[in-house]
Design a protein around this ligand. Structure first.
Ligand SMILES: *Cc1c(COP(=O)(O)O)cnc(C)c1O
Ligand code: SF4
Length: 321
């Protein structure tokens, strides 16, 4: 179902410059049937202001290359479905569990490793929260809840409040972590109600943003991040290393500095998870290592994200050196 904020990027990219951008992104309408294009106004603003519009547009525009089926690339590259402890709970890692809290996003990123994920079967939606609470009550070693999805901030603040009201009954839960792209792709989501909800939480609060290129940091995105910081949220960022988007050290170094300026620390730089229909984003390992070595030379340690790879079945993300 179309959400009110969702905008057809294609429509925003009309006219001569739009045509050029579509060409740069290898735009293909048919690829929309493989994974629906979903975008926001803020993204189109970012594209218009970008030094390198390609770096943004390729993240969101369906491309011809998505029709290629590549050997070795999978529907579920990180083994999420095998790690489901029960409906909506992915319990792979020690001390923390991930809740698949929502099945939609404000944007659909073409390289998403969950682009084929059957959310409807696996969602921790409201009617099975009780089962989630029961599971967590039995697992007192879990101290951190990661709200993920898709994007958990597609839930209304009212729904989030109802969920955290239940979670706050569990004394062993100390930290609430949110994995979301909202602060940058739909900064309006960080509204007064949402900030009041954050203030009300009895947890340490962490927001892991997802920003791949400095050009995504629009003025409004910066304002939202600033507000989150003022409301006591620890701000981190994860990026994915993507061919044709950020596969060079200069862009990534610039991103780290731009994040720091907004009070966000670079956390992870993920190697691309080999999801089917998106192989054209993959960066060769030797190239990734080369880029990372250059980042290490140019960045202070605290601005160097950890280069990691998700290996299905492993108990943590695997560092890549
Ligand atoms: C990445 C991930 C986490 C969190 O891992 P951290 O290393 O704590 O950031 C938790 N669960 C799943 C399934 C993950 O993929
Ligand atoms: S916001 Fe995250 S979960 Fe949603 S499509 Fe993008 S990468 Fe995937």
């Amino acid at each position: 179902m179309q959400k009110p904020w969702q905008l057809q990027l294609k429509q925003a990219l009309t006219g001569r410059s739009g045509h050029a951008l579509r060409q740069q992104a290898d735009y293909n309408e048919g690829a929309n049937d493989l994974f629906k294009m979903v975008c926001t106004d803020e993204i189109t603003r970012a594209i218009k202001q970008a030094h390198n519009p390609k770096a943004i547009i390729r993240q969101f525009l369906p491309a011809s290359a998505e029709h290629h089926v590549t050997e070795g690339y999978q529907q579920d590259p990180v083994g999420d479905q095998n790690a489901l402890a029960q409906q909506g709970i992915i319990h792979k890692y020690h001390g923390r569990v991930l809740l698949v809290a929502s099945g939609s996003c404000a944007v659909n990123c073409r390289y998403c490793f969950r682009r084929h994920f059957p959310y409807q079967q696996h969602l921790a939606s409201r009617h099975n929260w009780q089962a989630v609470i029961d599971y967590l009550s039995k697992h007192t070693e879990v101290h951190e809840i990661i709200l993920s999805g898709a994007d958990p901030l597609t839930l209304t603040t009212k729904t989030l409040t109802a969920l955290t009201d239940r979670l706050s009954d569990l004394d062993h839960i100390k930290t609430l972590r949110i994995h979301s792209r909202m602060a940058t792709v739909l900064p309006d989501r960080i509204d007064a109600d949402f900030l009041a909800w954050l203030d009300s939480l009895p947890f340490h609060k962490v927001l892991v943003n997802h920003i791949n290129h400095a050009d995504e940091l629009t003025q409004q995105a910066k304002t939202s991040l600033n507000q989150l910081k003022q409301h006591g949220v620890v701000l981190l960022n994860q990026s994915v290393l993507l061919k044709g988007i950020n596969d060079n050290a200069d862009d990534l170094v610039e991103l780290s500095h731009a994040l720091f300026k907004q009070g966000v620390l670079p956390y992870y730089l993920h190697l691309f998870d080999r999801v089917q229909n998106a192989a054209h984003f993959d960066v060769e390992l030797s190239q990734a290592q080369h880029i990372y070595a250059e980042m290490r030379r140019k960045l202070p340690g605290y601005l160097l994200p950890k280069l990691v790879k998700e290996i299905a079945g492993e108990k943590a993300k695997t560092p890549v050196l």
